[in-house]
Ligand binder design. Structure first.
Ligand code: ARG
Length: 259
């Protein structure tokens, strides 16, 4: 009886030791893999090529930064408005989505150092009967923006909340690609879209839509991690600073912002 107990205790201790080793091995492994969440509707920062592969400036950049820091990277496409909740619930580790660093978002996430500056712009369909030369002209049209973005907040705060634009003329989209598709259908769907200026330029390259107004908002994009994850944000900052000082950065800018 005594011996049985002894053997049992030894087996138990052994099992605990093995279990601990196995578990820590596991965490090590999952820790080395970073899941990056994006919203692939925002060229040239994040979009899909003809095969459906997620590509773009942000994607190349965050992959380079994280692999340089010893991580492996997987990219997941999630609607922009769901990115912060996905980060908070641990479904993703990093947001790379041309996300503007704002005080409001800083309450919910930790941002990297800024890596790109932008303003807002107004897009309309080429050849449509739409005349917009100043902000007030927007009141005559249905205006669209992606839910949860700074562009959406600008329309809401500057046009809707002030009474300049009727709320039923404000159309929210889950994806900016859907907003642009509606814009091309015509003003009966949506007459104008408020969107980040570099992305407006990218959409305008198709020749179907054009920029009619620039709105100065002085935004800067950052990568976001879960609030309190100092280790990861420090590594991203170290990697980002290093990459920005190399020719890789110039090549990336060249690849996605010229031609
Ligand atoms: N910069 C804007 C913001 O932070 C828009 C970002 C939209 N990004 C995207 N991948 N759809 O709100």
């Amino acid at each position: 009886m005594k011996n049985d107990k002894k053997i049992f205790s030894i087996v138990l201790v052994l099992a605990m030791v093995i279990g601990t080793v196995a578990l820590s091995g596991c965490t090590q492994e999952t820790k080395n893999k970073i899941i990056v969440g994006t919203s692939a509707d925002f060229p040239p920062f994040e979009y899909k090529d003809t095969n459906g592969t997620i590509i773009g400036f942000d994607i190349d950049l965050i992959k380079k930064v994280l692999t340089d820091q010893g991580y492996t990277v997987e990219v997941q496409d999630i609607g922009f408005d769901s990115l912060i909740p996905a980060l908070q619930t641990g479904k993703i580790d990093v947001i790379a989505a041309a996300m503007t660093i704002t005080d409001e978002r800083k309450q919910q996430v930790n941002f990297s150092i800024p890596y790109y500056d932008a303003n807002q712009a107004v897009l309309v369909k080429v050849g449509a009967n739409v005349t917009i030369t100043k902000i007030e002209d927007l009141k005559n049209y249905t205006v669209g923006a992606q839910t949860g973005t700074t562009g959406w907040a600008w329309v809401n705060d500057t046009l809707v909340a002030t009474g300049m634009l009727n709320n039923d003329k404000f159309r929210s989209y889950d994806l900016y690609t859907d907003a642009v598709a509606d814009l091309i259908i015509g003003p009966s769907r949506v007459g104008a879209i408020v969107i980040d200026s570099p992305v407006a330029k990218a959409f305008a390259k198709s020749g179907n839509v054009k920029i009619v107004l620039n709105i100065t908002t002085n935004e800067s994009y950052g990568f976001a991690v879960e609030k309190g994850n100092a280790e990861l944000v420090n590594k991203i900052n170290t990697g980002l600073t290093a990459v920005m000082a190399t020719t890789y950065w110039e090549e990336l800018v060249e690849k996605y912002f010229t031609t």
